[in-house]
Every structure is written in structure tokens, then in C-alpha cells.
Design a protein around this ligand. Structure first.
Ligand code: M6R
Length: 612
């Protein structure tokens, strides 16, 4: 969950590292730090706060350093204090280390280094590592890392520098925290994620799990930790451009990404649906195997799980396959029942979420087939699943997910249709009808995003309700996960408590929360449960609560039941959730904006959650 970057080459690197950290900041933003080799000394600066605070601290003065590395932190071990910010230095100032991830046996290691005479100045797991490296160091940092690495349990990626090796960075990776190398002209970068150095080079090499990387300005060498010769590693040209990591004229990444949804959905559907035919290349199961599936288990966290919950309705309804969706962190501790015809679908935008990865590993160990749905090429989940279906939403930077959610639903829709087709559960004419509507979806989403009246309404609601202390979201059937997503978006962006409930369940408890101060947001688009939700809205209205309803365009009857109405374009009821979530994303956005909050980097969160 932290972001890390290192540079070695001929150029003064302080600015490069700070710029890279800004691009990595979505990974964690409790504190930030940098270490530079200046005049033969490792000079470290770090501070609680964001990269902008670090930039203020270190100033814009030109440092001559041509070797350095930086870190942006999401706290795990040790509170958010300067002393726990990375990088860490050995007591003799010869070694510097920073890390993304966790060393699980840190208690023993900390005790060991203290017994060995080192002084600890932080509460972190990483600090033990720097002292172990200092003890192991005999003039060759790769050798020191080789000795120490086997002593570390957990999952991490770390970078290390030695004062006496002025052009070398050594990195190591265990399990899923990612590392990518950038090859420039006589200079090398290494970072958690490509955008950190994309402005400088698009030539990349991927670091595999269980590898040590030795970086010098003229290139990188990759060693398996288990021993053996250095491995060849192809240099690839990244297809991303730096624009993907820019706000492109929008005030935030979140707003930009909300507006990128038509493209994200269009690219995700892409060539996968053509003339009634569905092509799910990469799924890793033959048509015959897919047709045999009689149970689907969907796992994910947060927004990804909500997309999975939408998928559950579609798979059951169209393909007639029993489907469950569960929180990955819970599912992995259940005794889930499998047989060879069970398929696990793991959804993760980042492909790095520790709980989802652990669930996938467990499912594989128990013999299930696993298909990953992710937005990040080559991410950890792609390496452990049998097959991969990529959403093609482009890089999502805002911590609050938006375009990946709708792209995930589009992909779940294609998957459910394909399963239905292979199992002969839908007539070809019906598949063609759904396919046509799927192809229209990007245009409908665009129409909604171009609807000035919708934006004006949402902004007015944000002004009216931003000071309210609690929101209840109500939905039924496929509208329920959309409410769950709307409620999650609002709580994570605005810090206002929210709850999302099946509307029919409201009378069994949450109705006690309703007063004339409780806004109730309902997804009431046209469907077979529309009348049911209207009855529930009557119950809300009778308690004096204000109703904000998201409905299908042309619904005139809803005004009797809701004070505030937002219309979305008409499509098939099964596809309407993709449209209904957009005003909810914008409502959360504008409420957070009214409250003056940092929308792209909400309090305490991180974009990728690589700890359990
Ligand atoms: O990368 P993942 O899709 O696995 O991430 C899962 C959740 O951490 C993520 O969706 C989180 O809930 C977001 N903050 C939602 O906006």
C-alpha cells in the first residue's frame, strides 16, 4: 500500500523522485520521505503528511545527488509519526532501506537487532531490516540482501542503498507487492507502479516474485533469491502514456475518471461482443468446461465486491447457475464448499488486494478453477488465477473507484451472457437483444454525463444535504448493490455515516433511524421490483424522511413518493444499474466537495490494500 521509487543515473534526482512520489501518492499518503546520496553521505528527510509537505520540507534547492529513493506511506506497523516514516537508516549511516508491505516476523527481528546492539528509533517492521542489512554488509549490497532475505516472512518489496556503492540500488520482492524497473538512457528507475517514472521512460522490465534486482545506471540484473544464475528479462515498451496519470483539465482524478466511464465500458466490451458472438479470450477454461460449471463463487473487496454482487444477479438470472458473492476477507475463513464444477471469480481493480489474493490462493489449493477480473496487466492476481479477464478502464488513480466499477459490471454482464449461451439458457434472439443494449451503453452513459440538468440537480442536493449526519440507501434486487456502492462512495469521500439496506428489510430495523433529518437515497429504476420499492418509499415518507430517488427517464409517478428525483436513460432493467450508479458517484463527489475534503485521497484509505 505504500509507494516506492528509486533512481540511479547521471542526473540530479531529487526532483525526479519527488515527482514520482506524487504519482504514487494514491497508494498511501500518511507520510513521505526521501534519501539521497550527497557528498558521500546518505541524507534522509521525512515527514508526516503528503508529498507536498515533503517537498516543502526539502525545498527546491538543487541537490547534486544522482542516487536516491523515496517513499509514500500507508501506516501498518507504527502510528503516523515522523519517526515511523521511511526511509530508515542504519545506526552507522551506511545503509538505507524503504519498503512496501509487511515483515510478519518483525517482533523477533526487532528483538534480535536490539540484542545485537542496534538502537531502534521507530515502531516499524522495516527498521529491523535496515539493521540486519548493516550487520550482513561486507561491501556488496546484493550479497547482504541475499543473506537477509531468507530471514524475512511476509509480503513486501523493498529498496536498499549503501553509502559506499554510489550508483547502486538493490531491490527485493516477496509475494505480491509489485515492482517495475524503468530503463532510461544511461539511467534506471524502479518503482511500485509505472506512472512514477512514465514521464522519463516507457521501457520497462517487470520484477518477478522472489527476485533480487541489482540496478546500476547501465541496466538491471535479476537474480532468483533461491540461487542460480541471473535471469534474462525482456525490456518492454509500456503502452500507457503520461496523460493517463494527469488530471486532463478536471479538478480531480475522481471527476476525470467518472467522466471516462463511457470509454472504459466501450473498451471493456470492445471486440468481446460481435454479431451475437461472445469472445472471452484469456478466461482459461474451454467452452466445454465453462458449460459444465454449476456453481460460481465471487470474491472481492469494497467496490469490486459490489460489482460481483451485480454479477450474481445476472449469472443466476441468465445462466441459471447458483452464485454467491462474498467479502474476500471473510470468505477465506469460511469452510466454503467446492467441487470440480465450481468456478471462483476474483474481482480486483488493482489485482493486488491481499485478501482477494489470499482467497484465490486458497481456492486454488482446494482445487477450484479461478478466473480473475482485474484492470492491471500482469498484476499479482493474474499470476495465481487460471484465467484473466481484463477490464479496460485505463489507469484509475483516485482512491474512490468509479470507472473500474462500471467496467467490472460490463465484464460480469459479458460473462453471464456467455455462460447463458453455453448452457443454452437464453434464446439467441434474447442474447442479441442484450448484446445490442450493451453496445449502446457507452452512448447512454455519455448522454447521462452530458445531462446538465442531472449535474445541476446533484449539485443542488449536495448543497442541501452535505451537513446531514447520516444517509440511508435503499434498493432491491440488482439495485441493492448499486445502493451499497453509492453508500460506500459517500462514506469514503465525505466521512458521513451511511448504510445501504435491502428496501424490504428496512422495516426490520433501520426504519428506527428515520427522522425528518435522514435523507434516504433509493435506486428505483424500472424493474419487476419497482412497485415493491415504491411501497417501501411510502413507509419512508410516512416517517418524514426526504427521499432522493434515482429512476428511469419518463417516470412521472415517482414524484408522489420522492421529493428529489434524478432520471437516468432507459435501457434493459438488467443493465440500468450501470447508469444508476453514476448520479450516486456524483452525489458523493459533490458532497465531499461542499465539505472541502481531499476527494482523491480520502482520510485513512489507500488505493491498493496489500495488507490483510
Ligand atoms: O483493487 P481492488 O479492486 O481489489 O480494491 C478493492 C477495494 O479496496 C476498493 O474497491 C475500495 O473499496 C475503494 N476504496 C472503493 O472506492
Amino acid at each position: 500500500m505504500c509507494g516506492i521509487i528509486g533512481y540511479t543515473g547521471p542526473r540530479a534526482c531529487k526532483g525526479l523522485i519527488l515527482d514520482g512520489l506524487e504519482r504514487l501518492e494514491y497508494r498511501g499518503y500518511d507520510s513521505a520521505g526521501i534519501v539521497l546520496l550527497e557528498d558521500g553521505a546518505l541524507v534522509r528527510d521525512r515527514t508526516v503528511g503528503k508529498v507536498a509537505d515533503l517537498r516543502r520540507l526539502v525545498g527546491d534547492n538543487g541537490s547534486p545527488a544522482t542516487l536516491g529513493m523515496g517513499h509514500t506511506r500507508w501506516a501498518t506497523h507504527g502510528g503516523v509519526f515522523d519517526r515511523n516514516a521511511h526511509p530508515f537508516l542504519s545506526n552507522d549511516g551506511r545503509i538505507a532501506v524503504l519498503m512496501n508491505g509487511i515483515v510478519e516476523n518483525y517482533v523477533d527481528l526487532r528483538a534480535e537487532v536490539v540484542a545485537g546492539g542496534h538502537t531502534l528509533s521507530s515502531d516499524t517492521d522495516t527498521e529491523a531490516l535496515v539493521h540486519l542489512l548493516a550487520d550482513a554488509y561486507e561491501g556488496d549490497l546484493v550479497e547482504a540482501v541475499r543473506k537477509v532475505y531468507p530471514r524475512l516472512d511476509g509480503h513486501f518489496a523493498f529498496l536498499a542503498l549503501a553509502r559506499d556503492e554510489p550508483d547502486r540500488i538493490v531491490a527485493a520482492r516477496l509475494a505480491w507487492p509489485p515492482l517495475v524497473v524503468g530503463k532510461g538512457d544511461g539511467e534506471m528507475y524502479i518503482a511500485s507502479f509505472l506512472p512514477a517514472f512514465l514521464e522519463q521512460t516507457r521501457q520497462v522490465q517487470h520484477v518477478e516474485e522472489g527476485e533480487i534486482v541489482d540496478l546500476r545506471p547501465d541496466g538491471a540484473r535479476f537474480w532468483p533469491i533461491a540461487g542460480g544464475p541471473a535471469r534474462e528479462r525482456a525490456v518492454e515498451e509500456a503502452d500507457a502514456t503520461i496523460e493517463v496519470a494527469e488530471k486532463g483539465g478536471y479538478e480531480t482524478f475522481m471527476l476525470k475518471e467518472i467522466h471516462e466511464q463511457p470509454r472504459a465500458i466501450a473498451d471493456t466490451i470492445g471486440e468481446r461482443y460481435r454479431d451475437g458472438e461472445l469472445h472471452l479470450d484469456g478466461i482459461g477454461l474451454s467452452d466445454a468446461e465453462l458449460a459444465e460449471i454449476d456453481r460460481v463463487l465471487i470474491v472481492g473487496c469494497g467496490t469490486a465486491l459490489h460489482a460481483g454482487l451485480v454479477g450474481r444477479y445476472l449469472i443466476e438470472e441468465w445462466a441459471g447457475v447458483a452464485t454467491e458473492a462474498d467479502v474476500a476477507s471473510e470468505w477465506r475463513y469460511r469452510k466454503a464448499v467446492f467441487d470440480p464444477r465450481t468456478l471462483v471469480l476474483a474481482i480486483s481493480q488493482s489485482g493486488e488486494t491481499a485478501d482477494t489474493l489470499a482467497a484465490v490462493q486458497l481456492a486454488r489449493e482446494r482445487g477450484a478453477r479461478v478466473v480473475a477480473i482485474t484492470n492491471v496487466m500482469g498484476s499479482a492476481v493474474t499470476r495465481v488465477a487460471d484465467g484473466v479477464l481484463y477490464t479496460r478502464a485505463g489507469l484509475e488513480i483516485s482512491v474512490g473507484s468509479s470507472k473500474c466499477f462500471t467496467a467490472q459490471i460490463a465484464l460480469m454482464t459479458l460473462f453471464a451472457l456467455r455462460l447463458a449461451q453455453l448452457r443454452w439458457r437464453l434464446e439467441p434472439a434474447r442474447i442479441a437483444e442484450i448484446g445490442r443494449e450493451l453496445e449502446r451503453l457507452p452512448e447512454l452513459v455519455q448522454r447521462l454525463l452530458d445531462d446538465a440538468a442531472m449535474h445541476a440537480k446533484v449539485e443542488q442536493l449536495a448543497r442541501e444535504f452535505s451537513t446531514h449526519r447520516f444517509f440511508l440507501f435503499l434498493g432491491r434486487h440488482i439495485g441493492l448493490p448499486i445502493c451499497q456502492e453509492g453508500a460506500l462512495k459517500l462514506k469514503e469521500l465525505s466521512y458521513i455515516p451511511t448504510d445501504a439496506y435491502a428496501a424490504g428489510e428496512m422495516k426490520h430495523g433501520p426504519i428506527a433511524l428515520l427522522t425528518d433529518e435522514t435523507p434516504v437515497v433509493a435506486v428505483a429504476t424500472d424493474s419487476h421490483v419497482y412497485e415493491k420499492i415504491v411501497s417501501n418509499l411510502q413507509e419512508v415518507k410516512a416517517r418524514g424522511a426526504a427521499v432522493i430517488a434515482v429512476v428511469t427517464e419518463g417516470n412521472t409517478n415517482i414524484h408522489e413518493h420522492a421529493q428529489h428525483v434524478i432520471e437516468v436513460p432507459r435501457t434493459l432493467p438488467e443493465l440500468e444499474p450501470i447508469l444508476a450508479v453514476i448520479p450516486l458517484q456524483l452525489l458523493a463527489y459533490h458532497i465531499a466537495r461542499e465539505l472541502g475534503l481531499d476527494i482523491d485521497k480520502p482520510r485513512n484509505l489507500a488505493k491498493t490494500v496489500t495488507v490483510e
